[in-house]
Design a protein around this ligand. Sequence first.
Ligand code: TRP
Length: 446
Amino acid sequence: MNQTLERWSSRRAFILAVTGAAVGLGNIWRFPYITGENGGAAFLLLYIAFVVLLGLPVMMAEILIGRAGRRGPMQSLGHLARQAGSSGHWRWLGLFGAFTVFCILSFYSVVSGWSIDFMVNAFSGGFVGKTGPEIGAGFDAFLADPLRMTLNHTLFLVMTMVVVAAGVSKGLERLNNLLMPLLYLLLIVLAGHAATMAGFGPALKWLFTPDFSALTPLVFIHAMGHAFFTLAVGACALMAYGAYMPDHQSLPGAAVAVAVLDVAVALLAGIAIFSVVFTQGMDPAEGPGLVFVTLPVAFADLPGGAFWLGLFFLLLLLATWTSSINLAEPMVATLQGWGLKRRSAALVVGLCVWLVGLLCVLSFSTLSDVYLIGQMTFFGLVSTIPPEVFLPLGGLLIAIFAAWVMPEQEALRALDAGPNGFRLWRAVVRWVSIPLVVVVLVSGLI
Ligand code: TRP
């Protein structure tokens, strides 16, 4: 396939697109609940360390491969590998990435669908005056209703694939320009609202006073996987976006901006959610239902609660929308590389993801007793193994490719940070990021 001539229209558009990919369920749903399950501050600190030492350098590696190749992930990898005199088999890394995002999108779409249902319910006052146990029971009843879950999953996936079919720059730029600033505004309002709650102080204390005795090798795996997941790194999805990156934009500058925004959103969401948890005396380790149960409880008897809660789920929906569009991109790009038209590719991807998503839906009802590896339901499996094992593995290979395999001149040019910036980045990837992924993966999995 020839090089793409399509570009994001500005530097800001590129940063917005990557932030749109990064900020999503990972920040607002997954971050609070796994931080809750892993003991709070020590986990948070570890996750931030992984973002800085691993997520950021590997994010730069991933985007620069796309930018140097200016093609779909598989084609960029194959092209650059051959140029360096290496094996064209590197292109299979693009396929592995597409498989990873396929697994992720199948549960991502289901959980994002929850926010559609909850948004409608919240705005229409469905949670007003309900007690904690009533809301908890309502959430359980929702999970046990495959039809309602399927409807929301379908709606969300259609929303996603329509934008994907319209083409990245056209569909996505317009959406991002509007949604991202709105999202930050809404989050700041919510965090400000949380500051007036009694649980605000305890929440801050719990989030920022680490207890290192809680750290085990498995907690390292969770934190590492989450750093990759939240930054959207490790599945060649940002590589696909890098192909459209404008010339004359420093890649490290853009990547740092994205990571700062991403961590800021997670912290704001965490503060808002745990303030509620501590105000209501709830359990931070509630699990995947955390956001969906605690927030309706908190807002149930507040003045204007229905509105604030609806707004929160609207915000979550907007954030997950731009992320899922990014999740679909490597698959669509791969099929396009194999000669399919963009629309047909989007249709095929949508249908396959929808079908596997049904298994996630049923994991909460009909298939809730079917356990796969390690006592996990199908949903448990696809929401754990791909983020925590496939993404770090993919990230490791991406890092090796960018720092050891691809032609140095190409990497230097695509990073666009001068010779010293390049040497610093490459040294960090070679001697910090790569060994760190290997050590954490090996020690966590044995
Ligand atoms: N980062 C997104 C989130 O936090 C999820 C996501 C979007 C993603 N694109 C990705 C995860 C690519 C891995 C790979 O919700």
